[in-house]
Design a protein around this ligand. Structure first.
Ligand SMILES: [Zn+2]
Length: 301
């Protein structure tokens, strides 16, 4: 199948690079550092087979063979010009655990954020709807890769990562650049009352990140009338009320709170659930889907 030239909705500050049939998304402002390697993968151009399509699955999922995933990873790294770089991944657990990486670990650590100043390592975050965030400190030559789904966002994983960069590397938030890769958008990300209530308890401004009956759900009032009150016939009860969450907005807010300048935060503008030609979405494909990778690293020498 022929791919369109670029995913519609891609932010003008971003570009799609094609090399040997693999397409990599990059935030333009991060490409001006010659010592930096970064990019977010897309689905075309791989050797894995999913729903009759050849895709670039970069995660070790049940439906795919490790051999194919390894081959896809090699293609992705080659497209980035980082062929021989070790890929440092995490066993992601929707936590706020931040790891400082100085060497390739023998087995992936459990956690959801990595920071490093060591050249020659490629920090990776795997996603299929959650927000992949890359942080770059040009002054201290430090980088970070963060995984923020709703649980990680609730635990302020990106703000804690900035805090760790300050503490360990002396990074000033005002110097940081942040690239927020493709994630499920406010257009598609329906969540239930438990998520609304959890955010309301943690953030006084949470309402700004939700569309729908946030107030009612957050207050624990079920806005869905019970079936015997509506006299709905059995099996025809209305579905429970939902709200839609804007994870990008919530993470952008956290970054700004820590002191990252709004003009240094770049979001791809792409929704994983909308953009089926280019991106994997756990929500859209109901678990049988691939994984995208966002990676960042420092050139040696
Ligand atoms: Zn969408």
């Amino acid at each position: 199948m022929r791919q369109p030239l670029a995913p519609s909705g891609l932010d003008p500050a971003w570009r799609l690079q094609q090399r040997r049939g693999v397409y990599v998304l990059q935030a333009d402002p991060l490409t001006r550092f010659d010592w930096l390697v970064h990019g977010f993968s897309t689905t075309p151009g791989g050797v894995s087979l999913l729903a009759g399509r050849q895709v670039l699955n970069l995660g070790y999922t049940e439906w795919d063979s490790p051999h194919r995933v390894a081959q896809n990873r090699r293609r992705f790294l080659a497209a980035l010009g980082a062929d021989d770089w070790p890929l440092v991944t995490l066993r992601q657990i929707h936590s706020d655990l931040v790891h400082t990486v100085t060497a390739t670990p023998r087995t992936p650590a459990r956690g959801d954020a990595q920071i490093s100043r060591t050249p020659g390592l490629l920090l990776a975050v795997g996603t299929a709807d959650c927000v992949p965030i890359l942080l770059v400190d040009p002054e201290r030559r430090a980088v970070a890769a963060v995984h923020a789904g709703w649980r990680g966002t609730l635990r302020r994983v990106v703000a804690k990562t900035v805090g760790r960069m300050q503490m360990e590397f002396g990074s000033q938030p005002a110097n940081l650049l942040a690239a927020l890769g493709p994630a499920i958008g406010a257009c598609c990300y329906e969540v239930g009352p438990e998520v609304a209530a959890a955010f309301a308890a943690q953030f006084s401004c949470a309402e700004a990140w939700f569309a729908g009956p946030f107030g009612e759900l957050a207050a624990g009032e079920d806005p869905t009338p019970l079936p015997w009150l509506t006299m709905a016939p059995p099996g025809h009860t209305p579905p429970p009320k939902r709200v839609r969450l804007d994870l990008i907005a919530a993470n952008r807010w956290q970054l700004e709170e820590t002191g990252v300048r709004p003009e240094n935060i770049y979001s791809s503008g792409l929704c994983t659930a909308c953009c089926s030609e280019w991106l994997f979405s756990y929500r859209r494909e109901r678990s049988r889907t691939g994984r995208l990778l966002g990676v960042v690293g420092i050139q040696a020498g």
